[in-house]
Design a protein around this ligand. Structure first.
Ligand code: ADP
Length: 541
């Protein structure tokens, strides 16, 4: 017997329709590339998205064409999110920090038809315009007054496209399994792989992300996503904001500590989200100037392990609650969130802070398990780590246009992360499998060692990599960059490890560098360090 409830496909356009009807006056504020601070409402967003959908139709875009963006977080990017997917085409967000060759590879692989870009990325677009095979129209996301002279043939102007249309448009209905957006993994090893999200997976992810024990978003919030809209849909926040009716503040290109802080304060931001490297800049600025956050209450930190020293600084010095989260491009991206259970309310502060450095527990919709080398599931509270596997409504089942059997193992997606899960269900990443240090047959988790170094007041960033050792195979080598003006010796740093970790985990050597290389999404590029220090001879070898 069938249920007898209404059946409506889960489409992203429904989020926009809801926001317009029920939160129409709520604001969307954008710091733009043109230098101004732009204000509009959800009502405006909905009207402009409808005009954009019509303009896309006029450009010959049909379902399931891919429409690419190279853009910062801003209202025009948000309009593209809703217009492209809403009309049945597929929004392909490209990371503008990638090398031109990678942009060409990705655009060709995705067979992008139209490319929208912020003015910042004009040089990049000019470098790729004659090379991308399928793109037939380029659109600068600006108005006529700011449209630059360019070699790009037939360059179109975003605001002209919108001005030419009325906002009378009905979002089409189609199956919820249809593709909505496409995002490529950062491809630190091998070519980037495309993950094709469906409308259904996006909507279910949005419901789950908004929940109190996940990102905890409501109509009372003012959300500033620092995490870019070009990487895994800004962790879903552009959808969550419409679902709950939160005010949105987009920082555009200004991601330094001072720019972010000013925007937080001016717009009354209550919730933000980003990778640890961004927060390092913000905390540095706030610390140097002796500033306080007057409205910020929570910040979501993920993308790489949040150092315990950062959690402590936010929580104790600034009264900002840290929501540590783990995810991947292949997971839309949310997998786990570190929120407390009832019993943790009684815990002393130190114990709560320690718990927060774990990546958290599975949110409903994602299941996870850890297996050993033989494929056996490790029990909860196992002391050893293993390979983390996940499955769920918003987990990839195969990569875009990849032939062959796909990534799944017995219906589970192998994350490439090494983790353990405690008795309460809190998962802790100890490493990525390719970063693990194998010393005398035992594994040393590089993240733990980095976290200790990052707690030292002189250290800006620390990466721990495996160095070759004749007896133990591999031993930990710590590569460190210092804060401006700080001094620190190898002996002082190694002494700092005493009592904080098992003695045999202590790094064998420390190398000080000017800068640790970061990838396009702000993560440390350890493979680059491994290449650079491949022949490093450890002391005593
Ligand atoms: P890519 O895999 O292309 O680098 P992703 O953004 O998808 O890009 O990265 C996902 C990976 O980032 C995870 O597999 C994990 O290794 C790491 N990661 C994400 N969040 C965390 C976190 N909170 N702690 C530790 N590692 C994290």
């Amino acid at each position: 017997m069938q249920g007898q409830m209404m059946s409506m496909p889960l489409l992203t356009s429904s989020l926009l329709v809801h926001a317009e009807r029920h939160h129409g006056d709520r604001e969307i504020v954008s710091r733009r590339v043109e230098g101004d601070l732009h204000r509009m409402t959800y009502r405006d967003l909905a009207a402009r998205s409808r005009r954009l959908a019509k303009a896309l139709g006029r450009l010959g875009v049909h379902s399931p064409d891919r429409v690419a963006t190279l853009a910062w977080n801003g209202h025009r990017h948000m309009e593209l999110y809703y217009a492209v997917s809403g009309m049945g085409a597929v929004l392909h967000t490209i990371n503008p920090r990638l090398h031109a060759d990678q942009v060409v590879y990705i655009a060709d692989h995705a067979e992008d038809q139209v490319l929208f870009f912020d003015l910042t990325f004009l040089p990049l677009v000019e470098a790729v315009a004659s090379r991308v095979k399928t793109v037939r129209a380029f659109v600068a996301m600006t108005d006529r007054a700011h449209l630059p002279a360019s070699k790009i043939p037939g360059l179109l102007c975003y605001e002209d496209l919108l001005d030419a249309e009325s906002d009378h448009f009905d979002w089409p209905s189609f199956p919820e399994e249809s593709a909505a957006t496409l995002c490529y993994t950062s491809g630190t090893t091998g070519h980037p792989k495309g993950v094709l999200y469906s409308h259904r997976s996006t909507l279910l992810h949005t419901f789950a992300a908004a929940l109190p024990d996940a990102l905890n978003c409501s109509a009372a919030d003012t959300i500033l996503p620092v995490v870019p809209m070009f990487h895994v849909n800004a962790w879903g926040l552009p959808y969550v904001a419409c679902m709950v009716g939160a005010k949105l503040v987009f920082p555009g290109p200004g991601l330094d500590g001072a720019s972010l802080y000013d925007l937080f304060e001016a717009e009354g931001v209550t919730l933000s989200a980003g990778v640890p490297t961004v927060w390092q800049g913000l905390l540095g600025h706030v610390g140097n100037k002796g500033l306080k956050f007057s409205t910020m209450r929570r910040t979501i930190i993920g993308g790489s392990a949040c150092p315990p020293a950062m959690i402590r600084a936010f929580e104790l010095d600034h009264g900002v609650h840290v929501i540590h989260a783990w995810g991947m491009t292949e997971l839309s991206p949310l997998g786990t969130v570190c929120s407390f259970k009832a019993q943790h309310a009684q815990w002393p502060v130190e114990q709560r802070l320690a718990l927060q450095s774990k990546q958290g527990r599975a949110i409903f919709g994602v299941d996870m398990k850890v297996i050993d080398g033989e494929g056996r599931e490790l029990p909860a509270d196992s002391l050893v780590s293993g390979d983390l596997l996940v499955r769920g409504h918003w987990v990839v089942s195969r990569y875009f246009r990849e032939e062959g059997k796909g990534p799944l193992m017995d219906g589970w997606f192998p994350t490439g992360d090494v983790a353990r899960i405690d008795a309460d269900g809190y998962m802790q990443i100890t490493d990525r499998s390719k970063d693990v240090i194998k010393s005398g047959g035992e594994w040393i988790g590089s993240i733990d060692l980095e976290n200790v170094a990052m707690a030292h007041p002189a250290v800006a960033m620390a990466a721990c990599i495996a160095a070759k050792h004749p007896k133990w195979d591999e031993r930990p080598l710590l590569v460190v960059s210092l804060k401006p003006g700080a001094t620190l010796t190898k002996q002082e740093l190694l002494a700092f490890y005493e009592g904080k970790i098992a003695k045999w985990w202590t790094p064998d050597d420390v190398i000080f560098v000017e800068e640790i290389p970061l990838g396009a999404t702000g993560k440390m590029l350890k493979h680059k360090l491994r290449e650079r220090f491949r022949d490093h001879v450890l002391p005593g070898v």
